[in-house]
Design a protein around this ligand. Structure first.
Ligand code: R5P
Length: 288
């Protein structure tokens, strides 16, 4: 078995390789002045069971293309089986035809991975699990819920409530609440136009005097979390903490989250956060 890392998140790949007690495979990625990418696998992978780790983070499309080229290089170096490991799946939110004449890019990504030569795909906490159905080859998702559960179990949960940021997050928030043995509530979140800005309009459930733990799959601009925190405080929550798998942190997320008055922001390391950005986020905790 061999493990290779793309350029997106070498720390995570090193951590995984160390956990498995093996070195990372050697390869060289060259980016030419014309922006073309060349990959050279610098060790023998003939008949090997190979894992390639590449998460989706900026530059998203460039990292995706690098992964496809990496898989292609491994395939043509006669690897026996290639598993593409994508902790955060690229274009995960483009998963359905909810408007006329739009692309379903998550499906296209699935097609591209298979065309490049991936025999199997492993990802983590998908925005919508149906994305696994875009693959004809075996595809699995791991859930970050056990890691988040273990962390929050170290806290006082006697007065806690898990809060889903919207109806879509309710199912997984429900699993999380069950694991923590606490009740749950759901926020009625709406997007009123085509902009990314979300608004929390109501709370279904009880937050008065509670220690709220907001659960979601990802933080993009931070708007959903800020709105959720606002409505929870409005409904009398005593503390507001957040447990989220993917810290996408796009746009003005740092400013938005800083002004959200969170008691704790817990995320996983599925996406890298630079030390400068981490420093700018008060009460941040990154779980491995
Ligand atoms: C949406 O359906 C997702 O579960 C997240 O709530 C969303 O991606 C968060 O986006 P933002 O941080 O931009 O509000």
């Amino acid at each position: 078995m061999k493990v290779f890392s793309g350029s997106s998140h070498p720390d995570l790949a090193r951590g995984i390789a160390t956990h498995m007690g093996m070195p990372l495979g050697k390869l060289k990625v060259t980016r030419f002045s014309n922006e073309n990418i060349k990959v050279k696998v610098e060790e023998n992978v003939r008949e090997s069971d190979v894992f390639v780790i590449q998460t989706s983070c900026p530059p998203v499309s460039d990292n995706l293309l690098e992964l496809l080229i990496l898989i292609d290089a491994l395939k043509f170096a006669s690897a026996a089986r290639i598993t593409a490991v994508l902790p955060y799946f690229p274009y995960a939110r483009s998963d359905k035809k909810d408007e006329a004449r739009i692309s379903i890019t998550a499906r296209l990504v699935a097609d591209l991975l298979e065309t490049a030569g991936a025999d199997r795909v492993l990802t983590m906490t998908l925005h919508a699990p149906q994305i696994l159905g875009f693959f004809r080859k075996p595809a699995d998702q791991l859930l970050a819920t056990p890691i988040l559960t273990n962390y929050f179990k170290t806290k006082d949960l006697s007065n806690a409530v898990v809060v889903a940021t919207d109806a879509g997050a309710a199912k997984f928030a429900g699993h999380f609440a069950k694991r923590l043995s606490v009740p749950m509530a759901i926020i009625d979140k709406r997007r009123f136009d085509d902009s990314e800005k979300a608004q929390s309009v109501a709370l279904i459930g009880d937050a008065k005097g509670k220690d709220a733990i907001i659960y979601d799959d990802e933080i993009a601009t931070g708007g959903s979390i800020k709105e959720a925190a606002r409505i929870l405080r409005e409904f009398g929550a005593r503390t507001v903490r957040v447990g989220v798998t993917h810290p996408v942190l796009s746009g003005n997320a740092l400013e938005t989250l800083t002004s959200a008055n969170l008691d704790e922001l817990v995320v996983t390391d599925s996406i890298p956060i630079s030390p400068e950005r981490a420093k700018a986020l008060p009460n941040l905790r990154v779980l491995s």
